[in-house]
Design a protein. Structure first.
Length: 435
């Protein structure tokens, strides 16, 4: 199988030199942050100026393999400006000039990547499922406009799950929004619930007509994100699971809880990880039937077991020799507004037991240990059917049955999962017999 290439700093500098450099950043340009309602953008005096930026420590994303070695002149002419751009974006700054500079960098880097390793030329069909608060509608519209500008002519259809509406009562969309979105909406549902409740509505037969299922949160915006850059990595490396990197809405604001999916200040265009976050996974529809089966077997108030099985299906596929790059983070960032719209009116808890509350639905942020049983016989059969064509080792359901689903919390991500799905959590039980 081809070896993944992480686009290193020196190669990026060479690309910039050959293709004309980068637009200079205006350090006095205003920076913006989300207002408290997470519905519009507004100036924020607390946002850090470019002139105040300090060095950012490495996130330890792994080794890079340079595509070529630029000359010393190329290094000197672009290094400082490129480093400043990387630090600026990774630290959570945004302004119109910063966005323009990043877009210019990504478009030139993409040309370089395509020349070094051409990707297959084909159009993709993407189903985007968004659990949506009404206050996040402007962000969805902004993202849709960016999706619709993709140069490859890929198809994006949407499932909108209005969790802050009454059961069965679809909220009215403004006329202009309705005209823009509805031709691309495959399904709408109204009613309270947690993420897994909504994912259970995405039946495998419904999803099967698409190449990928994308499940982004509703508080992610695509100011820095470039779909053409992202799709190159899907086609060049064929990951089972991937996700965009994430940056905070402003400096010192929350991006992702997992440091290995945060945007890096280095010029790596992508990196392999062992885990993605349920915030914005892009999942091959080949493996969705097994994930869907797990969704119907767990406590839907929590998504950590689903997050775990998504990642560990990909990890097991690599261990079987079927995929070299099954889990990929692509460094074209989504900006995280951290609205926590689902948390308002819901209960989020780090403990295992439910807490009494008058809210309509209890959503938990933490593992429900009983949901971490090893891969079931049904899931194993579905994965053998889905991935048996990729390599002979995946054809036998025994290769999948009982394998790990959840990661051990509080440990380094590279630590192996409990062998054969045997749990090592305190008071954990193996509930595999339920399915």
């Amino acid at each position: 199988m081809p070896r993944i290439v992480m686009f290193g700093l020196r190669a990026a500098l060479a690309a910039a030199a050959v293709l004309g450099g980068f637009p200079r950043l205006d350090a006095s340009a205003p920076l913006f942050a989300r207002d408290e309602h997470c519905s519009v953008s507004s100036p924020d005096e607390s946002a850090t100026s470019l002139l105040q930026l300090g060095p950012i420590s490495s996130l330890g994303m792994g080794n890079s393999v340079d595509l070529c070695a630029p000359s010393p002149e190329e290094m000197r002419s672009n290094a400082a400006e490129l480093r400043r751009l990387m630090d600026t974006v990774a630290y959570g700054n945004w302004s119109v000039p910063i966005e323009a500079a990043w877009a210019d960098f990504q478009s030139k880097t993409l040309l370089r990547l395509q020349a070094a390793r051409p990707a297959p030329a084909r159009k993709l069909r993407i189903l985007v499922g968004v659990a949506l608060a009404q206050t996040s509608l402007p962000m969805l519209v902004y993202n849709f406009k960016k999706w619709s500008k993709n140069k490859a002519g890929d198809t994006f259809n949407f499932v909108l799950l209005h969790f802050d509406a009454e059961e069965g009562k679809l909220p009215t969309l403004p006329a202009d929004v309705r005209e823009l979105l509805m031709p691309h909406v495959a399904l709408r549902h109204a009613g309270p619930g947690c993420k897994v409740d909504f994912w259970k509505r995405l039946a495998p037969d419904f999803v099967a007509g698409y190449d990928y299922l994308w499940l982004p949160d509703d508080d992610l915006r695509m100011d820095f994100f470039d779909w053409d850059f992202y799709r190159y990595h899907l086609l060049a490396y064929n990951p089972l699971v991937s996700q965009p990197s994430v940056v905070g809405w402003a400096p010192k604001r929350r991006s992702s809880d997992w440091n290995f999916v945060r945007a890096t200040h280095s010029s790596n265009t992508s990196w392999v990880t062992r885990k993605i976050e349920a915030m914005t996974p892009v999942i091959s529809t080949k493996i969705w039937p097994a994930i869907f089966s797990r969704a119907w077997s767990v406590n839907a108030s929590n998504c950590f077991a689903i997050e775990g099985i998504i990642s560990n299906i990909a990890n097991e596929a690599k261990a079987l020799g079927c995929f070299e790059t099954p889990l990929l983070v692509v460094n074209t960032p989504m900006r995280h507004a951290d609205c926590r719209s689902m948390a308002s009116g819901y209960v989020w808890s780090l403990v295992q037991s439910q807490i009494a509350s008058p809210s309509r639905t209890h959503c938990f942020r933490g593992y429900v240990w009983e949901d971490c049983f090893g891969m079931s016989e049904k899931e194993a059969d579905l994965l053998a059917q889905a991935l048996g064509g990729e390599c002979a080792a995946a054809k036998d359901p025994k290769a999948w049955k009982g394998k790990c689903v959840c990661f051990q919390p509080g440990t380094h991500i590279d630590r192996a999962c409990p062998a054969q799905g045997k749990l090592i959590f305190p008071n954990a039980t193996d509930a595999g017999a339920r399915q």
